[in-house]
Design a protein around this ligand. Structure first.
Ligand code: EPZ
Length: 434
């Protein structure tokens, strides 16, 4: 099984180019099937989650042209199925965006019920509440006996929807469905993440009429049909934040390029609190680590609050801060599974419910660890980059779901990291880096 081998202790220095945002691209790809004209999506990240969703879109009959690693042309004219099977949902949970897209366009969608995942139960009751409010008949209790979520409607009628929580997925899924409903839909208490705004911008460039994305209330005036367009994915806020944390953790200085600095403000302000020097440019930020890392407190919140997808990476950095830090995870109920692995590297972190109490240590020591999920995997790599000695990170398939060329980009910053398949390759690496 492929894994990362890392020799830690080197400050990361240099420049890194950020890829397109995975969590925006997933919503954009679903929106792209909502017309029978060609939609071109550029700046896609070349990561497995994206490639899996493109495969799901091909499986329902859409015409897909992979122009290059980062560009796809999709034409939904040839779609001949409204069914997204369990096999597909198992690979990529965000296949459920095809619910909103298929229901919106064809008034008919059948998608395998998504299970939970490593970080929480992740129900989709807000999605189905919204679909029902638009007039769909939704079977989300497996009355069909096939483990499928089935949503059908003679037509979709605009309505007022108030979400119980600012759910990214529900906001995007309901924007998709409502864009082709009759009349006006107002969705309140919505998610304001940059990727929500990106999907609204694509839909509008396809002829939709969506107002207020990025605020607490989105107004959608349904249109008859959508048309083709060409659209480029925004830079990935979380990938950028991950490299910013890597600079802080290793005592380095990294210019993180191709970013939208305002999307990083919550991360930037936290790193400044921790003693880093962060300089913002038009489309880049430079993070220079301070002489030491100051402890702090943070709580994950919907955007523009501190992103839950940055919680593991920041906890890794705080594990070697001077003094006590507290991290509260308010979005998912089980997102500290990786802490045990950090403690095996010498961290002193105690988790009580949704709070991690971090007693900063002088440094970590390398160990063999495994990634329980995508962002925790990135956090363990950051820990390995700053640890003394060698760290092996197993189960990197999770990391490859959301980080394009992760090890190459880190090596470009001077990191001693390699993706290896067996002990022989690992020994070769250890001999080479000494
Ligand atoms: C998206 O997940 C992201 N995934 C997640 O990123 C991210 O952590 C999350 O938003 C929060 O920002 C994608 O965009 C593909 P939510 P999503 O709906 O949409 C509860 C990564 O690492 N909830 O905003 O599933 C839910 O259980 C991934 O890239 C309901 O109760 O997140 C959670 O506690 C991990 N009912 C909270 O709301 C619902 O119907 C936020 O979930 C929907 C959500």
């Amino acid at each position: 099984m492929e894994h990362y081998i890392i020799k830690g202790g080197k400050p990361l220095e240099g420049e890194v180019e950020i890829s397109g945002a995975k969590n925006a691209a997933l919503g954009l790809l679903a929106a792209a099937i909502m017309t029978d004209e060609e939609v071109t999506i550029e700046n896609l990240p070349d990561v497995s989650d994206i490639n899996q969703l493109i495969e799901a879109i091909e499986n329902i009959g859409a015409t897909v042209d992979r122009v290059d690693r980062h560009t796809v042309k999709i034409n939904g004219k040839t779609i001949d199925s409204y069914v997204v099977e369990y096999e597909q949902m198992k690979k990529i949970r965000a296949s459920y965006y095809l619910l909103g897209a298929l229901l919106g366009r064809f008034k008919n969608a059948e998608v395998a019920l998504p299970g939970g995942c490593a970080i929480g139960s992740r129900p989709i009751d807000q999605h189905t509440k919204g679909f029902r409010a638009l007039g769909a008949d939704v079977d989300d209790e497996n009355k069909n006996g096939r483990g499928m979520l089935i949503a059908k409607a003679d037509k979709l009628i605009g309505n007022h929807i108030f979400l119980d929580m600012a759910s990214v997925g529900a906001t995007i899924n309901l924007m998709l469905a409502a864009s082709l409903a009759e009349g006006k839909t107002t969705i309140e208490n919505v998610a304001k993440e940059p990727h929500v705004v990106d999907v609204a911008n694509l839909l509008n460039s396809m002829g939709a009429n969506i107002r207020g994305a990025g605020t607490d209330k989105i107004r959608i005036y349904g249109v008859e049909k959508l048309h083709g367009t060409t659209y480029s994915v925004i830079p990935d806020q979380i990938e950028a934040g991950t490299f910013m944390c890597a600079a802080a953790a290793t005592g380095g200085s990294i210019l993180v390029k191709n970013v939208i600095p305002i999307h990083l403000e919550c991360i930037t302000s936290k790193l400044i609190e921790m003693g880093c020097i962060v300089t913002e440019y038009d489309d880049a930020v430079r993070v220079k680590a301070g002489d030491n890392i100051r402890s702090t407190q943070l709580k994950t919140l919907p955007y523009p609050g501190f992103p839950t997808d940055m919680q593991p990476q920041m906890t890794a950095v705080l594990s070697v801060a001077t003094g006590y830090s507290i991290v509260v995870e308010s979005i998912f109920e089980n997102r500290f599974k990786y802490v045990g692995e950090l403690n095996r590297m010498g961290a002193k972190i105690q988790v009580e419910g949704s709070t991690a109490f971090i007693n900063g240590v002088n440094g970590l020591k390398g160990a063999r660890v495994s990634a329980p999920d995508l962002r925790a995997g990135a956090a363990l790599v950051i820990a390995g980059l700053m640890a003394e000695g060698f760290t092996t990170v197993d189960d990197i398939v999770y990391i490859q779901r959301g980080y394009e060329n992760f090890e190459d980009k880190l090596r470009g910053l001077g990191a001693d990291i390699e993706k290896v398949s067996d002990d022989r390759e690992e020994q070769k690496f250890k001999l080479r880096v000494g």
